[in-house]
Design a protein around this ligand. Sequence first.
Ligand code: ZN
Length: 64
Amino acid sequence: MPIFEYQCNKCGHKMEFLEKSGNKNKHVCEKCGSSDTQKLFSGFAVGQSSKTSDSCPTGTCPLS
Ligand SMILES: [Zn+2]
């Protein structure tokens, strides 16, 4: 089951949600209660490249 990362546009709090197919529920910030959240794309990440291998810029190298 895919996990998506969301960020609150109001307070900047990040959270993760399991997203079942067909589930169109709106996610609400668990910190400030705002429903103004945007989905982040973890894995392909925007600003999170430090998590992936830094010795393989192409991402095609086999994992050691
Ligand atoms: Zn918030």
